[in-house]
Design a protein around this ligand. Structure first.
Ligand SMILES: Cc1cc2nc3c(=O)[nH]c(=O)nc-3n(C[C@H](O)[C@H](O)[C@H](O)COP(=O)(O)OP(=O)(O)OC[C@H]3O[C@@H](n4cnc5c(N)ncnc54)[C@H](O)[C@@H]3O)c2cc1C
Length: 412
């Protein structure tokens, strides 16, 4: 295992955050670098499928694997810890336990933190939807409520992708319970306001047999343990309030002087180097990159690859390469009722498309662990199967191929 020692003359790379962007950076750096990856958790979490914890379709063990083991297998060092500050002038990373790590290159891949927009009571009483532990806890809460309360009221704050996926899983897991009452609130005029087609009508049609109410064009003003107060004065009953409403930058970014205000994502050059501190790279959700409107895991993965490549190039005295965001489809699942694939201005719908999201999940998991141990541990498909999926996926995600599937329809 590589250690930061005085005798080790290799260039030191400290990676802060080890999920999509950070772990991918580590996987793409050779052992000629002295790499230390620091994360609060010793595991990687596959966030795009976390909503399935709400219904129990997935378990935490299926969505996590030991990033510590993978980093160590690469010959790099994994440090469990919470970074509290980065001092770019001194090229130093400081952890909560007081450790100080010096770097020649630093990659900041800390993602974001939940944004409650200052809504009174949101941090205290709402259930966040941003990690495996949080989504598992939501699933457990709903299970408990469904056993003891009739009716039981659930309020989802946010009608974007996360809110819609949460609603789909609640219906998958609990729609047979005649006491289920769900309300979804969205500040914009429509659910999924950024979608290029009217997905809202499709969602409403699926929910028609069940007790689901929609509040659009209205904001949440206050949350209490048993209610949600709206900006129009309406007070809604709530036994469980799920907060899916947005992310904001980690405050450490502004506290370390990388941005002027806490609301800004880190400004980077095309190479992902910080605009002022070129030995600091930003990758994943934490970076402000032009051309990316909706931050996605595949962007974070591509940025991790780019940051590693540019560190290698910089160290070899070569010119750095620009990061070019790729445009991949966004798959929004709606429990077992439907799925929507957004490809540019086109939306294709059909529950058969849920299988594609599962394929993306399995493929991404193997990509992070080329040894295949992850998939073995998860008891998922074997590697041979996944290799054929890997080759076939781009084709399978093309609109013409998707439209050939049974019961799939074009919405726009
Ligand atoms: C509910 C939900 C659904 C999503 N669905 C999709 C989807 O369907 N498709 C898609 O492409 N994307 C989806 N995303 C977005 C995707 O998950 C993110 O774009 C991706 O996780 C960003 O990766 P990242 O590595 O930049 O940050 P993250 O995945 O957020 O990782 C940040 C890492 O930094 C660590 N960290 C943070 N602070 C510190 C600290 N102070 N010290 C040490 N470590 C720290 C964290 O523990 C974490 O491991 C979804 C996100 C959510 C929340």
């Amino acid at each position: 295992m590589a250690k930061q020692s005085k005798k080790d003359s290799r260039p030191r790379v400290v990676i802060v955050g080890g999920n999509f962007a950070g772990l991918k950076t580590a996987l793409n750096l050779p052992q000629k670098f002295n790499v230390t990856l620091i994360d609060k958790h010793p595991w990687f979490e596959f966030r795009p499928n976390m909503h399935e914890l709400v219904s129990g379709m997935k378990t935490p063990a299926m969505l996590r694997f030991s990033s510590k083991a993978i980093v160590r297998r690469m010959g790099h060092r994994f440090l469990s810890g919470t970074v509290t500050q980065i001092v770019p002038e001194k090229k130093r990373v400081i952890t909560a336990s007081g450790k100080k790590l010096l770097y020649d290159y630093c990659v900041v891949a800390m993602g974001g933190v939940a944004n409650t927009f200052g809504v009174q009571g949101a941090e205290k009483y709402a259930l966040p939807f941003k990690s495996v532990a949080q989504c598992q806890s939501i699933g457990q809460t709903l299970k408990r409520l469904s056993r003891i309360k009739r009716p039981f009221h659930v309020v989802i704050v946010g009608g974007g992708i996360e809110g819609i996926e949460a609603l789909g899983e609640i219906l998958r897991g609990f729609r047979k319970h005649d006491g289920l009452r769900v309300r979804i609130i969205e500040r914009a005029a429509n659910l999924l306001p950024e979608a290029p087609a009217d997905i809202e009508s499709e969602i409403k049609a699926h929910c028609q047999p069940y007790w689901v109410e929609y509040f659009t064009g209205v904001a949440v003003k206050k949350i209490t343990p048993k209610t949600v107060l709206l900006s129009n004065g309406r007070r809604l009953k709530s036994d469980a309030t799920i907060w899916t409403g947005g992310v904001k930058p980690n405050p450490i970014i502004s506290q370390s002087g990388f941005t002027n205000t806490p609301d800004e994502w880190a400004p980077v050059q095309e190479s992902l180097q910080h605009a002022v501190y070129p030995t600091v790279f930003f990758a994943g959700d934490t970076a402000r990159v032009s051309g990316i409107h909706s931050k996605q895991a595949y962007h974070a993965i591509d940025m991790g690859v780019c940051a590693a490549e540019n560190i290698i190039r910089l160290d070899a005295g070569k010119t750095v390469k620009p990061f070019k965001p790729s445009g991949k489809p966004t798959i929004v699942s709606f429990g077992d009722l439907d799925a929507f694939v957004i490809v540019g201005k086109i939306v294709i719908a059909g529950s058969a498309l849920n299988g594609l999201k599962e394929v993306v999940f399995q493929m991404s998991m193997t990509e992070f662990d080329p040894s295949g141990l992850v998939m073995k541990a998860l008891h998922l498909s074997n590697r041979a199967g996944n290799m054929s999926l890997r080759k076939g996926l781009p084709l399978a995600l093309s609109p013409s191929a998707m439209l050939k599937l049974k019961n799939v329809r074009l919405l726009s």
